[in-house]
Write a protein of this length. Structure first.
Length: 250
């Protein structure tokens, strides 16, 4: 307990110091150290795989890139040393950071008792993931569209789902991000049955169910909207049930 409290104080103290550092290189060093401390926090939370990822990518790779950038920008920083933010701008930034921190703390502290958790479901289905750590299992097994797109940089505004039998359906990208859509491949710990769209089914619960394509084989990002199978036969291109968008023109 004492170690965890000390670690929390150290993490917060280093975060404040890194934010307040006037020298770019010193701030980068503080960022790298902060990432290593976060890795230790993940170890204390029994998530060593996440800790290794944080240490390798969040601190290591990112730290190397920042060190290189700060070295190249040092001459520019020297020339611009007298053009920093004024006292009012610094005060405004400090107040904004304080409000964000207080808001996040309030969200955590004001959670209902008991706090909402997926821990029982994660523990129940841990064996199906082939992983031994529940935190890692949740991170690896959760397949929201956001998870699939998190490493993709795109200017595309649309997505097309390609399925067995040549079936397709089109969606605006804004309809499948921010936790609005999933690729379902399991139900109650067992592989999704074929009659329900297995081995993988698109699930977009806020739109009519022809948008939740069964037997998905691929997702394609496109810059233009390409109507899918049912859409070419007159079904509505968007399919919002609350607006009763069943057919074109609704």
């Amino acid at each position: 307990m004492a170690f965890d409290v000390g670690l929390a104080v150290l993490v917060l103290g280093l975060a404040v110091w890194t934010t307040a550092a006037r020298d770019t290189f010193a701030a980068v060093v503080g960022f790298v150290a902060f990432g290593l401390l976060l890795a230790l926090v993940w170890v204390r939370l029994a998530a060593p795989d996440v800790a290794l990822t944080e240490a390798a990518i969040g601190s290591g790779v990112t730290g190397v890139l920042l060190v290189g950038a700060s070295t190249r920008l040092r001459p520019v920083a020297v020339l611009a040393a007298g053009a920093g933010p004024c006292a009012i701008q610094r005060l405004a930034a400090a107040v904004l950071c304080t409000l964000v921190t207080a808001g996040l703390a309030a969200i955590v502290l004001l959670l209902p008792e008991p706090a909402p958790t997926l821990a029982p479901q994660a523990a129940k289905n841990l064996g199906a993931t082939g992983l031994g750590n529940p935190v890692t299992a949740v991170l690896m097994a959760f397949r929201a569209i956001d998870t699939l797109l998190e490493t993709v940089e795109t200017d595309s505004e649309y997505l097309t789902a390609w399925c067995d039998g040549g079936y397709t359906t089109n969606l605006a990208l804004e309809d499948v991000v921010d936790g609005q859509a999933w690729v379902a491949y399991e139900y109650d710990g067992a592989p999704l049955p074929s009659e329900h769209g297995g081995p993988a089914r698109l699930l977009v619960p806020h739109l009519y169910f022809w948008k939740s394509a069964k037997w998905v084989r691929g997702l394609k990002l496109t810059e233009t909207d390409a109507p899918g199978f049912w859409e070419t036969y007159g079904y509505h291109n968007h399919g919002d049930p609350w607006l009763e968008q069943r057919y074109q023109g609704d």
